[in-house]
Each structure stands twice: as C-alpha cells, then as structure tokens.
Write a protein that binds this ligand. Sequence first.
Ligand SMILES: C[S@@+](CC[C@H](N)C(=O)[O-])C[C@H]1O[C@@H](n2cnc3c(N)ncnc32)[C@H](O)[C@@H]1O
Length: 436
Amino acid sequence: MKQQLGSEAEAFFACYTQPVQRGIRLNPLKCTAEKLAGLLPFELEQVPFSPLSYYAPENFKAGQEPLHHAGAFYMQEPSASAAVTALNPQPGERVLDLCAAPGGKSTQIASLLNGQGMLWSNEIVRGRANILLSNIERLGIRNAVVSSCQPEVLCSALAGFFDRVLVDAPCSGEGMFRRDEGAVEEWTPEHATSCAIRQQAILESAVQAVRPGGVLTYSTCTFSPEENEGVITEFLKRHPEFELKDTGLTSGRPALEKARRIYPMDGGEGHFVAVLQHTGDSVVLPAANTIKSSTAAAQLQKEIFRGILPGIPAQFGEKLYLLPLGLPRLQGLGVLRAGILLGEEKPVHRKGASPRLEPAHAAFMAAKPEELNQCLSLAHDDPRTAAFLHGEEIEAPPTLKGYCGVAVEGITTGFGKCSSGNLKNHYPKGLRILGK
Ligand SMILES: C[S@@+](CC[C@H](N)C(=O)[O-])C[C@H]1O[C@@H](n2cnc3c(N)ncnc32)[C@H](O)[C@@H]1O
C-alpha cells in the first residue's frame, strides 16, 4: 500500500484507527428521501458515490426498524454504491448482475430501472441466491429474474441479451479489512492471484451477454492492482472490441486514466470500478419465451391488486407468478424467481372443489398500498406495527375482510387475513423481529 499510495499512505493507515463507515441507500421504489429523513433516528448525510446513499451511524440496528422490514432502504457500504452509479442503468434497459448476492448492487440497479426493463440477478452459490431473493422481495422489485447458475452457462444462453452487465467480482476483499476480520485472515498474495484468475474467467463469460454497443462494468472491493488494473489490462488485450470508458464518478481517484479507485480516506471502505463498452457488430438474440397465460394466476392477481399490472400471469407447478414482459427462455438457467410471486394453488380436499388460491408475502411487498384491494395503514410507532412484525394478531377495522395488505407509514410491509375486527398474521416466520 505504501508503494501504491506514496505520500497518502499515512492518511490511508490512519483511517484504520477510525470506526468503519456504514451506509444506507434509499429504495425509491417504496419510499422518498423526505419520508426516510423524517423517520430515521439520525440525520441523513449524502455519500459522494450515489445520489440515493447516505452515511449511517456505526451503532444503527437496521433490523429493528419497521422501515427496513418495509423495504424502504438497504444497508450498503458507502463506496459499494459507486459501481452501479458507473454502470448507469436506464429505465427500460435489460441489465445483468452476474455476481449478485446478497443484492446490494442488484437492488440499486432496480431502483434506477424504476420498474421499467428487466434486471437479471445471478448468484452462483445457491444459499446466497436465497438471501438475494429475499432482498429482491423486501425491496418490492417487480421486474427481476433471480437465478443461481454458472456464469458461463447463463451468459452463453443469453448471448447479446443485455444492454448492461455488472461483474462485481469475488475478490481478496482488502476493502473489507475494517469491517471483517475474516477477510484479513484469509488474505495471502496467492489468494489475490487465484482471485485474479477467477475474475478473468468470470469476465470471459460475462462478455458474451453484452449486446454490441452495450456496457460491461467491473468492480471489486479490493486494493490489489493484480485484481483491478491487472484484470482490466489483460481483458482489453483479449478483447479489442471493448474500450475503457470514463466511469463518470467524480469521487475517489483515477486508475488506468478512466477507471476509478476509492480508498477509505475518500469516504468509503474501498472499491475499484471500470466501465468497458462493446464496440462490436450485431448479434443474434436468444429465443423469446413462449409462456401460456394462467387463469388461476390472473384470478389471484385480481384478488390482490385493484388494477391490472403489466406482465404475464403464469403457473409453474402450484406456484402462480406475474412474469415480466420480454423474458427469454428460462429452462436450464437455475431460475429461482421471475417477476412477482403472486401465491400458490392449495388443494381443497372436498369433492369437486376448486383449489384455494393463497397469496404470497412477495406479492404484497411489490405493491403500493393504493394498488391493493384492501390495506390496513399503520404509523411506525403504532404498537400494532411492532406486534405485526413480531408475528402477532392485531386489531383491524371490522370493515376489512379477507386478505389485506399492512402498510407502515404508507409502505406495504406484509399482509394478513382480516375477520371480525382482527388481522391474522401472515408475516413470514423467518423475517419476524424476535423478542420485544
Ligand atoms: C463481491 S460479492 C457480490 C456482492 C453483490 N454484488 C452485492 O452488491 O451485494 C461476489 C459474489 O460472487 C460470487 N461468486 C463466487 N465465485 C464465483 C464464480 N466463480 N463466479 C461467479 N460468482 C462467484 C460470490 O458467491 C459472491 O456472492
């Protein structure tokens, strides 16, 4: 680091005697900056890497905040938000996040797509893909596909399909040293070299998925030149059809002239970001999906939502979905979720009876209160909010009957089933706040 930073090395090492920098990112799909500022127990101070991100105090316990359960924000290390700012996704585009769990950058991409276009979030490790999916659900993202697939399989099946691809690569994690002692213990020079080999391999897969004219953004949270400038220099040698573009970031400092390095003294824990543009010719797109519309899914959609949302109501096994428009073929790509999970068909053990349609938590999370047929509105400090998040039955106006959303401060946070002035709790057991 002394060699890399020269006269700034002292300032760099001095940062390691300071507390870790934490960040919180607004989810504009569900909340506004004014609402967030009014309800959080600290002042919002903007970070220099993304207009949606703010610093958070070291002792802030997000999991205890009803607004976190509502999906109003995502906790993200401040400099990590720089990669998606540089990726610069535009509403209506198709964007692939190839190494996506736990979902910090995917949920940021979804915020910028603003419900238009398609986000494909992939995570190779299945257990981590489940965490990614739960964050996609919590933030109410409607237009995402979540998969757990090998990058080479996914990217060759979806060749040329994406306007923008993000590779937020697994790395030696030097930018994590202040918050994760495990990262310090794991670090060896050999580990950095093996990471660089893996990063090259992931980029070799990713490159196939980018359409001509499209953008490939590479990021890591390490300072090692081998995994950053080294990987990009090698990539450009192998791929003359790509050129390095300016990241558009003004914070941090230049690397390879157009890429960007962020160090702890720049206001975040540390990141490297490079933007590569495909300058090649046209490509053959993957086959479109031909999915039959399902009447059960359409019916469940009507039971939950007031109006018709864009998408294709579809059924796979007992599960009912509202699929995003323009999906490619999904077979063999380890897809865990496409679009909104509306709910499930449950068999009724009575002769001639049609199956019961049971809504899913995810369907309510993706809705604004005004889009729901029924919704119980609570203030964040209403004792029923805490009781609901603990999994308890709560009081509701007797006029509410059947499945009903629960909104905290105007943000849908879950649902329940109302009868006789009570709401039976359907807040998922795994998400409940334990203890009082
Ligand atoms: C830096 S993390 C991604 C963080 C994520 N983008 C976010 O912002 O929340 C890198 C991810 O790559 C995954 N990964 C590990 N080996 C991989 C491989 N060979 N190919 C693709 N992804 C891999 C890891 O499981 C990890 O979730």
